[in-house]
Design a protein around this ligand. Structure first.
Ligand code: GLC
Length: 731
């Protein structure tokens, strides 16, 4: 439909109809308020409510949240279109975060692949499955930069680095949206949560965020920015405040920064109830003031809470709010519906046959398997892995732990995924070794009953030659509302690991978790540690391929693992301080920025991950000691595969700006390459250093490059780096 027709449509709408377009109801509310026969109400992703809408309102709402399958979507859209006066179709929105029915590894795991193309492909498949069930918009990517593993939502993030957050967020948007939103296998992307939600104090969900605009710009904005540049059609506001004003009603964030500066012209939606919650924040006297602050700040859609539909009409009629503000918001929503082709055919994405054909398609499972193998990080390996060349000398292996045969390995935000459809580690190992050796399985501990059977663990260990431990978190211990103050493995799981360690048999720990955990004891006592996160529907098969050696681990961490919870926040791109311990030889010297009881460094640093090969880095070089304005220089290094396996190595380039008008991080990731190396092969890798890599936001919040000196490093992770040299940038 041409834009002029949208304008004509807008003119025909009553004020009430326009305001209802700004409302997103949820499926349970539609169920309660209508006569539809819905076979189930979808997941509830926020505080339950008992909202009942009168029919006039119900048949004018703009969109529905959490409609989880084609049958429900058809019934809802059919009843709605039979009753909507002007024939304006509904939008359906859903959290398709890391897969829809075929579940891929959680985003924090996928990020460890450092593979934007792979992530784009998982998003494309997620949209293919999700759109067949009637979904038009997905609330993803989550582009909140994170530094605190106590926060349960790190599982859906890209980690602690601005460059990776930017590249991977944009990859999700490309995957979901494809090249044409009218394509029935695509979904519009909604980047979230704008802005800075990942900095919730103490890692407590929904908590205060307090940071300077300069910090927001230098560390937290890149994921949202690149998602918008990739064409994201929607932005979701965050629960937190920024500069004392809730993001959902924050004019600086939503109009000055997001629209005027970042150039976003799509739709802004609140988070679940986040508009009404500005009252609880203390930023509005009542619902009417919340509605006024929301629409004036540039919030288009209110999700689930009802301040807009209860107060905007009065606010307009009494002259407090300009109707033009309503019109501009409605227009953005009509344009999105038009882009999706919903005016031509409101049922174009509701395809039960395609739903049946695409969900859990073998090709999707195959991708889920390969991505899970490319996302698991080998943290330790004392020459026990891979198992292939050892299996035939073993009689049996013990597989012990509450996650050994647990479909919860699909993790949180699992859309229409089903735990029972996942390949567990037990099934994966049986598929791999079923006819070659006995696998003695013992859960040892049950998350629900909190019962530990340590005797059963001991017996299973005793009768086996090697122990594989499947330990970690239950799937709902991370995700939204999943903040935890302790980062050790929950419950008495350590007792299971101690039993294995005391047996003096090789103990391979396979971790299933949604956040960095406190692993110091395990690093000291386990023979090997494989961080598999929540690896998704094909997790068991992927892990069997890794443990056996069919796939050589190549993933690297995108979030630091703290030495202990007391070290948080710990992240690689920190500032030097005036008393850095790196500068003083005498380790007993007191007056330094360090702890008396632990090191400053994390247990496993950003960018860290092992392979079954050793890779040797040598001959680092910098092409020049000087870089002029609009010039480039290059840094290079040689890498050799000393191992006997083909493998992939993520080579990382870091730059340090030695001084500036404001202090600069001790290092920043500025580029990376994932290279393949055959056994014995070596390659020389060259990175181009360009001016963009030197930019930062200064005290005036302006993006600048300042003349000065920069150091360049290349290495396997943010700790093990090779000095390439220093150059002076002259503007
Ligand atoms: C939740 C989450 C948000 C999600 C939304 C809809 O509260 O914060 O990420 O997209 O509600 O489910």
């Amino acid at each position: 439909m041409e834009e002029i027709k949208l304008k004509n449509l807008l003119e025909k709408m009553t004020l009430k109809e326009k305001i209802m377009q700004l409302y997103q109801s949820d499926l349970p509310t539609f169920n309660r308020s209508s006569s539809s026969e819905l076979d189930s109400t979808g997941p509830v992703t926020g505080p339950e409510n008992n909202i009942i809408l009168d029919k006039e309102s119900l048949y004018s709402v703009g969109s529905i949240l959490n409609c989880n399958n084609a049958k429900n979507a058809y019934n809802v859209q059919k009843e709605y279109m039979e009753n909507n006066r002007l024939g304006i179709p509904l939008l359906f929105m859903f959290d398709v975060v890391h897969g829809f029915r075929t579940i891929f590894p959680i985003p924090l795991a996928l990020a460890c692949s450092w593979n934007p193309d792979l992530i784009e492909e998982t998003a494309r498949i997620a949209a293919k499955e999700g759109s067949a069930s009637g979904n038009n918009v997905t609330f993803a990517p989550m582009s909140d930069l994170v530094r605190d593993p106590r926060w349960g939502r790190v599982m859906e993030s890209q980690g602690e680095d601005p460059l990776l957050n930017a590249l991977l967020s944009a990859a999700y948007v490309r995957g979901f949206q494809g090249n044409d939103l009218k394509d029935q296998e695509t979904m519009a992307a909604c980047v979230k949560h704008f802005a800075g939600y990942g900095a919730s104090e103490a890692g407590r969900d929904y908590n205060t965020v307090d940071m300077s605009e300069q910090k927001l710009r230098n560390f937290y904005l890149s994921g949202y920015q690149k998602s918008i540049e990739a064409g994201a059609e929607m932005v979701m506001t965050s629960f937190n405040i920024f500069k004392g004003v809730p993001a959902t009603a924050n004019k600086f964030l939503l109009r000055d920064l997001l629209r005027d500066e970042m150039g976003f012209d799509g739709t802004v939606i609140s988070d679940y109830d986040s508009l009404t919650e500005i009252i609880d924040h203390g930023a509005a006297r009542d619902g009417k003031e919340a509605a006024k602050r929301g629409i004036e700040a540039g919030l288009d859609i209110e999700m689930v809470s009802t301040e807009y539909i209860h107060h905007l009409e009065d606010l307009v009629l009494e002259g407090t709010v300009e109707e033009s503000l309503i019109d501009e918001a409605v227009m953005r929503i009509l344009k999105l519906k038009n882009k999706l082709g919903l005016f031509e055919d409101p049922f174009r994405y509701i395809e039960p046959e395609r739903e049946e054909k695409t969900h859990l398609h073998p090709e999707h499972r195959k991708l889920a398997r390969s991505t899970a193998a490319e996302s698991a990080v080998l943290l330790k390996n004392d020459e026990i892995l891979p198992l292939e060349d050892k299996i035939d000398q073993l009689e049996s292996i013990a597989l012990i732990g509450p996650l050994a045969d647990n479909g919860g390995i699909i993790g949180f935000w699992n859309a229409l995924g089903k735990n029972e459809e996942a390949v567990t580690l037990k099934e994966g190992l049986e598929n791999k070794y079923g006819d070659r050796l006995k696998i003695n399985v013992e859960a040892g501990y049950n998350f629900e009953t909190e019962q530990l059977d340590i005797e059963a663990v001991k017996k299973t260990v005793e009768k086996s030659d090697l122990v594989i431990l499947a330990l970690g978190e239950e799937q709902n211990m991370s995700g939204e509302g999943g903040s935890r103050a302790y980062l050790d493995l929950p419950g008495p799981q350590k007792k299971i690991a101690e039993t294995a360690a005391d047996s003096n048999k090789p103990a391979v720990l396979v971790l299933f978790n949604g956040r960095p955990l406190e692993l110091k004891w395990y690093d000291d006592n386990m023979t090997a540690i494989l961080e598999s996160w929540f690896p998704g529907t094909e997790g068991g098969n992927a892990l069997a391929n890794l443990l056996n050696g069919d796939v050589n681990p190549s993933a690297k961490l995108t979030m630091s693992f703290p030495y202990t919870v007391g070290q948080i926040p710990v992240y690689y791109n920190h500032y030097s301080t005036g008393r850095s311990p790196e500068k003083v030889e005498d380790k007993n010297y007191r007056f330094l920025s360090r702890y008396q009881d632990i090191p400053n460094q994390p247990l496993y640093p950003f960018g860290f991950g092992l392979s079954y090969n050793d890779y040797e880095y040598s001959k680092p070089e910098l092409s020049s000691k000087e870089m002029k304005k609009e010039d480039t220089i290059s840094a290079s290094i040689e890498i050799e595969n000393l191992g006997s396996y083909s493998g992939k190595e993520i080579v990382q380039l870091y730059i340090r700006d030695l001084y500036g008008t404001t202090v600069r991080p001790v290092k920043e990731l500025k580029d990376f390459m994932k290279i393949s190396l055959e056994p014995g092969e070596s390659k020389r890798i060259e990175f181009e250093i360009i001016e963009d890599m030197l930019k930062f936001y200064n005290l005036e919040n302006k993006q600048v490059i300042e003349a000065g000196e920069f150091e360049v490093f290349i290495g396997a992770n943010s700790r093990d780096l090779n000095y390439c040299g220093k150059f002076e940038y002259k503007d």
